[in-house]
Design a protein around this ligand. Structure first.
Ligand code: SF4
Length: 269
């Protein structure tokens, strides 16, 4: 299925939602399709286009829990600003501009004492998802654990604060778009209309993924080829600059695109 990162990389249908669902219908379980269970990056593309509204991401998480036996969730503590591990550990240079942006909005930017949101444990089948109220959540992956406002959406509502001069390619956070296109598509489409930028949104109004914001993007077993995914996304793009509000994808483009890459808050005027 075009749009599924696992399929686009391998052209192997058993690794897709369709392949897994056929296997389940045939009576197979998680142990019989381990490769497929770990190949899914949980990007949500298949959920968004499924005419029967099958919840494929939830099926994969359930199969992973079958393999691992999930523990009770250790609920994250609510915070005014949740930066997420990717920013704190792999891109701390983004923190000053994020704080500056929130201060311009008059929003609390206090992050002291933040711990891991637990999303990667939930993805790995070692825990169940939790939902905790928070202020602003900077990494779309953490939105699966926290109920809060997304930094990237706040940026889209405050475009006047940014210097976003075209031409550029804006990488839209695929997990949010694919899970809730009704809410998240509109502001990014408005950005495209206002600036003429290119994006990873396709004709289905859904977002293609680099796989970087997933377990498989971290490498190791069943790692996806992030370099290849970045190449596919930019195949027809002539933009010299990439801008994104998705921290893991910021790293993916910075490492693999060969083009100037900026996090949206780094473009504050
Ligand atoms: S969630 Fe994404 S990676 Fe997983 S099967 Fe669906 S489209 Fe493929």
């Amino acid at each position: 299925m075009i749009g599924c990162p696992a399929y686009e990389e391998t052209s192997f249908e058993p690794l897709t939602a369709k392949g897994r669902n056929k296997a389940l219908q045939a009576g197979l379980g998680a142990r019989d399709m381990e490769e497929s269970v770990w190949a899914c990056t949980l990007c949500g593309y298949c959920d968004a286009i499924c005419p029967k509204h099958v919840r494929n991401v939830e099926i994969v998480l359930k199969l992973r829990r079958d393999l691992h036996g999930a523990a009770l969730p250790s609920a994250p503590v609510s915070r005014p600003l949740v930066l997420g591990c990717t920013i704190r550990e792999r891109a701390p240079e983004l923190i000053p501009s994020i704080v500056a942006f929130l201060e311009k909005l008059g929003r609390p930017a206090e992050t002291a004492g933040e711990t891991c949101c637990g999303s990667l444990d939930a993805e790995a089948g070692r825990a169940t998802r939790t939902r905790v109220p928070a202020g602003v959540v900077a990494d779309p992956v953490c939105m699966e654990q926290f109920e809060g406002e997304f930094l990237g959406e706040l940026a889209m509502k405050s475009l006047g604060l940014f210097n976003l001069k075209p031409p550029f390619y804006y990488f839209v956070p695929h997990r949010l778009i694919n899970r809730d296109p009704g809410r998240y598509y509109a502001p990014y489409h408005a950005l495209r209309l206002a600036t003429g930028c290119e994006t990873n949104l396709d004709l289905n109004r859904l977002a293609r993924s680099t796989s970087m914001g997933s377990l498989q993007g971290l490498g190791g077993r069943d790692a996806r080829d992030v370099r290849e995914a970045v190449g596919r996304l930019l195949r027809h793009s002539k933009a010299e600059r990439i801008i994104t509000c998705s921290p893991a994808d910021y790293l993916a483009f910075k490492q693999h695109s060969g083009r100037e890459t900026r996090f949206v808050t780094e473009c504050l005027k």
